[in-house]
Design a protein around this ligand. Sequence first.
Ligand code: HEC
Ligand code: HEC
Length: 255
Amino acid sequence: MTGVPCGPPCPLPRSLTERPAWPTTAAWIAALIGLLSWPAIGAAGPPPEMDERMRACTACHGSEGIRIDEGYVPRIEGKPAGYLFNQLVHFREHRRTNATMNHLVEWMSDDYMAAIANWFADREPPYPDPAEPPRREALRERGEQLVRAGDADRDIPACQACHGERLAGVRPDTPGLIGLPEHYIAGQLGAWQVGRRQAAEPDCMATIVERLSERDVEAVAAWLASRPLPDNTRPAAGPATDLPMQCGSVERPSS
Ligand code: HEC
Ligand code: HEC
């Protein structure tokens, strides 16, 4: 296989981890696209060479995630398959903005995206250690309050009502909030606030972030990033019932 510089744990080329020298990065991305574009696969499941092909993704999306010029790359292994599929579609349709990701998935078929989502959802490498809790007590308390109980006065539901009590997510469409660094969480909430990230309508996260102050975003991001990992880090079985708010991206149980 050509074009993939290496798989983890081997480090990425400097051009990707530091301010990129554009021709090099562009060439690398072009190689990735060559690697990733192949005919849509059928219902028979992922092709056997999937492990090798997905190294193009785990070079950035390894179990610890890495920082690149465009920001933080989250780990995606073990996240619910429906959630991952939805994100790939959002990037393809530009409902979520990130130059690399928008480019990578531009020509991908739904079938291929589903195969990728399943491949990553089935994996569960160890998580990195949680961060230190926020030093300021008021920030810690506010973070915990929002995640565990919400804020009825401002009509903010508890984050755990949808993301699961263990905060490990709920299959198939709701991601966990554990094992994510503070700046990634704050970055995603900020992206919703300014419209750089959207989910299917009604977009519950967009409504929720409108009600969060800057300090609230800081508090939940810092508190979540410091959570010790639960014994069971797998997403809870779903689909979710009794959500406090409707979310277009969450599949509902058929009644
Ligand atoms: C050059 C680094 C890089 C490569 C290679 C890369 N990604 Fe990404 N990916 C990112 C970044 C950065 C983000 C976060 C974007 C944002 O902030 O919204 C992201 C986000 C994602 C997300 C959303 C994660 C979440 O938790 O919401 C998915 C899914 C994803 N990428 C899948 C893939 C797949 C599949 C591949 C291989 C085809 C791939 N990525 C290759 C950098 C990369
Ligand atoms: C009503 C249900 C609901 C509530 C309440 C809720 N969320 Fe979410 N959240 C979702 C759904 C659904 C998604 C996935 C959206 C998508 O498909 O892009 C999501 C996605 C996220 C993501 C993106 C994760 C990633 O890996 O990129 C973050 C961060 C997040 N929520 C934080 C929060 C916080 C913090 C709170 C509490 C203040 C909260 N959520 C409350 C339903 C909810």
